[in-house]
Design a protein around this ligand. Structure first.
Ligand code: ZN
Ligand code: ZN
Ligand code: FE
Length: 756
């Protein structure tokens, strides 16, 4: 007789792993137990040597379908004469370590039952099993079991209970299981929140959408606003009621084949659409698709955000709408956080939705859809949220003490670190919104409970006015301030388990630098310990500070004046009335901090080229500049790189380029060509400066991070160019390159600072 302690890491929780281990151990006649731990499944098995070996081999070679095993460790233990095998439940474990997993899209077996007239869950919109269903969004406390979820109020009927207790059943210990007898039910409300009597609320709702009405539907992490995506009038109406002028809407289609009808879908994108996370995937629109999707969904956009149904309710709704796709956009007005409580949704969305399809399973944690895109074979996450948070991320070094990293201001997401694991939160939105800030505070407390992590150290941005910084400074935890772009660099390093110094090309909109200026076009050399600023864009004024991000024409004025161009005679952009004030601000250095921001340079060029003078959502000018560039080919503009002394940073002089852009505009060169030449120029800067840094330091590993690298064209060409030059290039693939991934980097820097 022998006994082994086995730890399995990877995606092993909430995917039916424990029942799988249970039945395997029973088949092999082994005793022991299986238990969920932080980031791992722990198994102890006891029996004869041959059976133990067979057990281990089976476990590694044939895991459950949704599981992804990263590593298996095995140690000998003293046998204790255990003959029975059991699943140690979270309650019995009693250590607060039973884990909450991300919400999982309804699994194929549950979908099959949903459409099987002989099944007792036929057309039941809340079916789920141990492999699928809501998780994070319904959890109210730790450890994770039904009594600490919003399913607590639904007592299991005898049939559901029998399945729950049967280790051979797919619903064994499925905390979310339910049926039409005992589970949540649909209800329908009108625009003024009045209950509408309907025998079949879903059919009534679908019929209204088919007539062009706007609906609100309760999903996993919040309410969506929806309408018939092929009905141009309905889509326009949704835009005007939601006060969302141009920002693209996502759509939901019945299946991958439907997506392929109007978008190009490569195998990687296909896999992403069908993954248990079921994110919104940005797909390239087909030139030939016609009629199926209204133009107003994503005006002028060569991409479309597409997702597949991820709850049984969605499947039923898409079936009822077939073959029409639905607009599915977050249930909010303009930039507010998504509505998730029923009373709140009815109130906040009353002026937008004509009717509400809702139900009595409460959402406890608001969670937006995740968004991703695939760029030349690499995943480039845009938003890591539903279906991904709170899956643990393995760290390349261990946190000596538990750490909380609070992130930045925009695209809030915090991270908790303990041992060599980090838990990165779902997307919380922009913390200047009071609602978002409240969720930030509340969900941090919840995560600490769920994962049993009590932080002793708090890492935050240098910016004193970020809500997250103010939160950190008000705690009595030990504080570790982290420079914004250093955190971006560390975030990308952490994902790739790098620990030696690298070159970090960090391009974003804004982050406070150590010299008090607004940084954002940075070449850093460093690691978790620290960094040097090897190069950056030439400083220019940012008139009106944050207002400049919303009004790209301000940066156009600033860069043109810096390059010695006369604004009045050039008439390059439709200058708004405020031009004279802005010119004065720049000249007198009033409310015009210096910036090296790459994001603002994109804005400036977009405005000078006549593409966009004002942005209606974050990054719009830069995004449209990218679209323009995709339609042309041409050479780079002129530039100069220089440094004041051997010890100083290299400065990329933007003036020669700005002068050439202005000249192109004056000569009537197409904006597509200007956009293309600008992108090529930025790629050349990266290659040029990285080569200089390599010559000086011998470093040849480059990480690319910061929100500007959400630009697929820039990212793919930079990777290609640097690889040609012999560099090894790393891009973010697990957490976003934008500020949504910031907290992971802050965490690593804090962990390193404590580890000496
Ligand atoms: Zn299922
Ligand atoms: Zn039941
Ligand atoms: Fe940033």
């Amino acid at each position: 007789m022998q006994r082994r302690l086995i730890e399995v890491r990877g995606i092993v929780q909430g995917v039916g792993f424990r029942p799988h281990v249970y039945s395997l151990a029973r088949r092999m006649g082994l005793g022991g137990f299986v238990q969920n731990r932080l980031g791992a499944v722990r198994i102890e098995v006891e029996g004869e040597l041959a059976s133990l070996d067979r057990f281990c081999a089976e476990l590694e070679q044939h895991p459950p379908a949704l599981a992804r095993i990263e590593s298996v460790s095995c140690q000998q233990r003293m046998p204790i004469g255990e003959y029975e095998f059991s699943i140690v439940t979270s309650a019995a474990a009693g250590n607060g370590q039973a884990l909450v997993t991300p919400d999982l899209a309804v699994c194929p077996e549950c979908v099959a039952e949903l459409f099987d007239p002989t099944n007792r869950r036929y057309r039941y919109p809340f079916t789920s099993c141990a492999h699928c269903g809501p998780r994070l969004t319904i959890v109210t406390g730790a450890p994770y079991d039904r009594s600490r979820t919003t399913m607590a109020s639904f007592a299991l009927c005898p049939q559901c209970q029998a399945e729950y207790d049967d280790p051979g059943n797919r619903r064994f210990h499925a905390q979310t299981t339910a049926c039409a007898e005992c589970g949540p039910r649909l209800t329908l409300y009108g625009a003024r929140g009045e209950p509408l009597a309907a025998d079949d609320p879903l059919a009534t709702f679908a019929a209204a959408l088919r007539q062009g009405k706007l609906g609100a539907i309760k999903g996993l992490g919040g309410y969506h606003l929806c309408c018939d995506a092929s009905n141009a009038q309905a889509v326009e109406e949704l835009r005007s009621r939601k006060h969302r002028d141009e920002k693209p809407f996502a759509i939901m289609v019945a299946n991958a084949a439907a997506a392929a009808a109007f978008c190009e879908v490569n195998p990687q994108e296909h896999e992403s659409l069908l993954s248990p996370c079921a994110p919104i995937v940005l797909l390239r629109r087909r030139a030939t698709s016609k009629g199926t999707v209204a133009d107003a969904i994503a005006p002028g956009n060569p991409f479309l955000g597409v997702m597949l149904p991820y709850t049984p309710l969605h499947h039923l709704l898409l079936e009822a709408m077939s073959p029409v796709p639905l607009v599915m956009t977050s249930g909010n007005r303009a930039d507010e956080p998504i509505a998730y409580r029923d009373d709140e949704a009815l109130l906040r969305l009353a002026d937008i939705a004509d009717l509400f399809l809702t139900h009595d399973r409460q959402i406890h944690v608001r969670c937006d859809d995740s968004v991703t895109r695939i760029v030349t074979g690499r995943e480039l996450p845009v938003r890591r949220s539903r279906g991904l948070a709170p899956a643990p991320i393995r760290l390349p070094l261990s946190c000596p003490r538990p750490i909380l990293a609070v992130g930045g201001q925009l695209k809030g997401a915090f991270a908790l670190g303990s041992g060599s694991q980090a838990i990165l939160s779902h997307h919380l939105g922009d913390l200047d919104q009071l609602e978002a800030y409240r969720a930030f505070e509340r969900d941090m407390t919840l995560y600490q409970q769920l994962f049993g992590i009590e932080p002793q150290i708090i890492a935050h941005d240098l910016h004193p006015d970020y809500a997250s910084t103010r939160y950190a400074e008000a705690t009595d935890l030990q504080q570790v301030p982290v420079q914004h772009h250093h955190a971006h660099l560390a975030s990308c390093m952490a994902e790739h388990s790098l620990s030696e110094p690298v070159i970090g090309v960090i391009f974003d909109g804004a982050g406070l630098g150590t010299d008090g200026a607004v940084w954002g076009g940075e070449f850093l050399v460093g690691d978790y310990r620290g960094f040097q600023r090897a190069a950056h864009l030439r400083y220019v004024a940012m008139p009106g500070s944050e207002q400049a991000a919303k009004e790209p024409w301000r940066m156009a004025a600033s860069h043109l004046l810096d390059a010695g161009r006369d604004l009045e005679c050039l008439k390059l952009v439709a200058w708004p009335a405020g031009l004279r004030t802005v010119t004065t601000m720049i000249e007198r250095k009033m409310n015009a901090p210096l910036t090296s921001s790459m994001g603002r340079l994109f804005d400036a060029v977009a405005a000078i080229a006549g593409i966009r003078a004002n942005s209606s959502y974050e990054g719009q000018a830069a995004i449209e500049l990218e679209w323009q560039a995709m339609r042309a080919t041409d050479r780079a503009y002129a530039w100069e790189v220089a440094k004041a002394s051997a010890a100083a940073s290299w400065i990329i002089d933007t003036r020669p380029m700005i002068r050439e852009v202005a000249q192109d505009v004056a000569r009537g060169v197409a904006s597509t060509v200007i956009a293309r030449r600008f992108h090529s120029t930025v790629v050349e800067w990266i290659a040029d400066v990285c080569t200089r840094i390599r010559t000086a330091t011998g470093l040849a590993e480059v990480v690319l991070s910061g929100g500007v690298f959400m630009n697929a064209l820039l990212t793919s060409e930079s990777v290609e160019r640097l690889t040609e030059q012999g560099f090894t290039v790393f891009t973010q693939r697990t957490v976003p390159a934008n500020d949504g991934g910031l907290s992971l980097g802050q965490l690593m820097i804090a962990a390193q600072s404590q580890g000496k």
